[in-house]
Ligand binder design. Sequence first.
Ligand code: R5P
Length: 293
Amino acid sequence: MADAVGNKAAKDYHFDVPAPDQGFFARGLGHTDWGMKNRISRLFSPETGNTVMLAFDHGYIMGSTAGLERLDVTIAPLCEYADVLMGTRGAIRSCIPPTTKKAICLRATHDSSVLFEDMSLGSGLAMDMEDALRMNAAALAIQCFVGGAGERDSLEALCRAADAGYRYGVPVLGVTAVGKEMARTTQYFLLATRILAELGASAVKTYYCEDFEKVAASCPVPIVIAGGKKLPEAEALEMAWRAMSEGARGVDMGRNIFQSEHPAAMCQAVAAVVHRGFDAKRAYEYYLELANA
Ligand code: R5P
């Protein structure tokens, strides 16, 4: 049985060896079914292999967050600049026009609200696959608390969602939630991202960290980064660029877009990093150009 203590330290990430070509553009997903591949192709661009997910699911634990007071006013106009819309079924049904052509990634778990110290203790599946299919979801996002008190329940939710996902061809985005008691170390993200992928996530969302290339290299499916708390635009673009340069296949970004002074410009600048190979400096100049137009 594997042991948490005394493991031989992982150190050889074979950075010079490309991941095996399985005849499908998205890493590690070449052996999945047609429907799964079709949905993956809506999440990640088949041209670049990358994605800009616009995350606006924060209200499911935080209530009316700054920038999300009126989703119909602030988020709906941004949708055209993103590839994927990530929100709860309540937010999407009530505020996003069903005419959208964008892929939907449904936040499909509940957690404790911010009123509780440990949000992992309230985790569980928030919707079933039938409703996700009714909403034409391209993916389900399942939040997991590796190392948290609620680890077991959240990993159980991931496994059940992955079972349903494989049954119906719907990929699961495993989301690494870092509890207050966990440090955001490379070691932690190496552990958490790999666990989520091995348990059946078709893509993994994590945070940028030191030695991110090791985290990306050892995650066998596409990995995207969250933005985290609002940073100055230049710093957020720098983080996105670094993550992309070190193996991320995109971002699942919220506050650094919708809390920006110029959300549409910021979303387009992030997309330029993700899809057009802009470096951080060029992307920031692009942001300023769009913001001042
Ligand atoms: C947090 O509640 C959600 O998982 C967000 O979707 C995620 O943290 C990404 O949003 P942000 O870029 O604001 O961190």
